[in-house]
Design a protein around this ligand. Structure first.
Ligand SMILES: [Fe+2]
Length: 180
């Protein structure tokens, strides 16, 4: 195993099941897959990109109107899910044994995957941060519907395992290229 922490290790963790499950596991897995694809084409570490993709919405919570329904306006005005998510993802990654530099890089990609909560300005995103933000955007559906897409546990686990093996394969062949 090339990596300390696999996507599967993160996926089965109760914190991921709870919080990523809440914001939409199907969306999170698609974003992880897309981030992997973009990363492999843009010289970004696909392991970090896929982890950032899987965890990018881990800070979401529910903005309910008093009538019990999702309130988009309330959400738009008050949301800080990226801040909460960065801290939550970082704690989880460190506890799972992630390299500290990598945990920080992934947490920063989660923090900056959206700018909807930030004051107007120009952010200079790193390539990794761009990959996670682009992957998220690529999987978004109008009206926030991507958060409600369903996936069963078995299918989710299989896609996570497939992505893990793609990452391992990519990292292995790339390190071979570099040493030869
Ligand atoms: Fe998202």
């Amino acid at each position: 195993m090339i990596r300390n922490v696999t996507l599967e290790k993160l996926f089965v963790h109760p914190v991921v099941q709870k919080y990523v499950g809440r914001s939409g596991m199907a969306h999170a897995i698609s974003v992880a897959e897309i981030a992997f694809d973009i990363a492999t084409k843009t010289d970004v570490n696909p392991d970090l990109a896929a982890k950032g993709g899987l965890l990018h919405d881990i800070g979401h919570y529910k903005w309910y109107h008093p009538n019990g329904k999702w309130d988009y306006e309330l959400y738009k005005d008050n949301d800080i899910h990226a801040i909460k998510g960065a801290a939550r993802a970082h704690k989880l990654l460190v506890r799972c044994g992630e390299n500290l530099q990598d945990a920080k890089a992934i947490a920063l990609a989660v923090l900056l995957h959206t700018n909807s909560y930030l004051p107007q300005g120009q952010l200079q995103l790193t390539p990794l941060q761009k990959v996670v933000a682009e992957a998220d955007e690529a999987d978004e559906e109008p009206g926030g519907n991507h958060h409600y897409r369903k996936i069963d546990h078995e299918t989710a686990l299989q896609r996570i395992q497939k992505l893990d093996s793609n990452i391992d394969q990519f990292l292995r062949s790339n390190s071979l290229e570099r040493t030869s």
